[in-house]
Ligand binder design. Structure first.
Ligand code: PHE
Length: 346
């Protein structure tokens, strides 16, 4: 057998057939025809038994295979490129078509207020803390100096999960957590979050609302610090000339306790519908942290003192934007939210 001639013929035949087509399927068939296990070139290997110079035969076999294979691969590559180009031309996107119009959203005023309050207090060096919305009696009441059967619990008639677990009725519960974790070290935090109480659902009441709690504990903290802090907050939140007034009040976890009023930012104290003619608007509760609360959380009240406050977020938002119904915040009525597109971003 003249295997050299045989290889030569086979190679010319294969190369010729391959050169004639660009079609990927046809090229694949040719690969099978020549190079697969039972392909014509592969089958040549059966003849190695018949020749003497097996080494030369083997070399020629490999060379032939390689040449055919690389030519074939090149054609396959070209074929794929051609196919891709054809597809790209076919799938060309018409960028002149008008797109879908997306309406630009607007931040809910409730969250705008939270962001604003956070910015103001972070600017004063406060950190932002969070706590659980479902919490143990211990944190919502006990550690805040509201023992079992204390009438102060009635002020926050509460939504219980079981005897010991409830939806927090105020963010003051976060104070108890933060103090527990601080292990006697100074604290300066605010905590914005949702709170829940069984309540009427009307224009000014909701069973769900939100507060920002503030807590500062350190040596030499006094009521003057609290007043200065809240005044600065009110001036940044409402207007530069806002004044703050304290009225004595009661909270079990603060002593003394105060209700905090701000001078009416609308009429500047003259009396209008927003301040109901009084010139003052009540916005939050506050006080000096009660010595019992400090003691229960591992602070020596002879060494440490602190203040705490709780701001109603909806209340502040309603005042600031002239919203008259608290339920608007929860009704998901887009018409309400869209009104705030008109509010100038500052
Ligand atoms: N926790 C009080 C409330 O929900 C508000 C408050 C917070 C008062 C901190 C004093 C100090 O009514």
């Amino acid at each position: 057998m003249d295997y050299k001639l045989e290889f030569d013929n086979l190679k010319s035949k294969a190369l010729e057939e391959i050169s004639k087509t660009d079609d990927l399927k046809a090229l694949d068939e040719l690969k099978n025809k020549y190079l697969a296990k039972k392909g014509e070139i592969s089958l040549m290997m059966n003849h190695i038994r018949e020749v003497e110079d097996k080494k030369a035969f083997g070399e020629l076999y490999n060379l032939t295979r390689k040449e055919v294979e690389s030519f074939l691969n090149e054609k396959i590559k070209k074929g794929e490129e051609k196919k891709l180009n054809e597809e790209l031309v076919k799938e060309r996107i018409d960028i002149t078509l008008p797109g879908n119009n997306f309406e630009r959203g607007v931040a809910n005023p409730f969250f705008k207020t939270i962001n604003e309050i956070e910015d103001i207090f972070v600017g004063m060096g406060y950190s932002i803390a969070t706590g659980p919305e479902v919490d143990y009696d211990k944190y919502v009441f006990e550690l805040l100096n509201i023992p079992h059967d204390h009438p102060a619990r009635d002020m926050q008639d509460t939504l219980y999960i079981d005897n010991n677990l409830l939806l927090r009725s105020h963010t003051s519960s976060v104070q108890a957590h933060v103090m527990e974790n601080a292990k006697g070290k100074p604290i300066k935090i605010i905590c914005p979050g949702k709170t829940y109480r069984r309540d009427d659902d009307d224009m000014t009441h909701s069973h769900q609302f939100a507060q920002v709690e503030g807590l500062v504990i350190d040596k030499n903290i006094n009521l003057g610090n609290l007043k200065a802090t809240l005044e600065l907050f009110a001036q940044k939140m409402f207007s530069k000339d806002t004044k703050v007034r304290f009225r004595s009040s009661f909270f079990p976890f603060t002593e003394p306790s105060v209700e905090v009023d701000i001078s009416c930012f609308n009429c500047k104290g003259k009396g209008c519908s927003i301040c109901k003619g009084s010139g003052w608007i009540e916005i939050l509760g506050a006080g000096m942290v009660h010595p019992n609360v400090l003691k229960m959380s591992g602070y020596d009240p002879e060494v440490y003192s602190g203040f705490a406050f709780g701001i109603g977020i909806e209340r502040v938002t309603m005042l600031k934007y002239g919203i008259n119904d608290i339920r608007r915040f929860y009704q998901n009525d887009l018409r309400f939210i869209k009104e705030f597109k008109k509010v100038k971003e500052d």
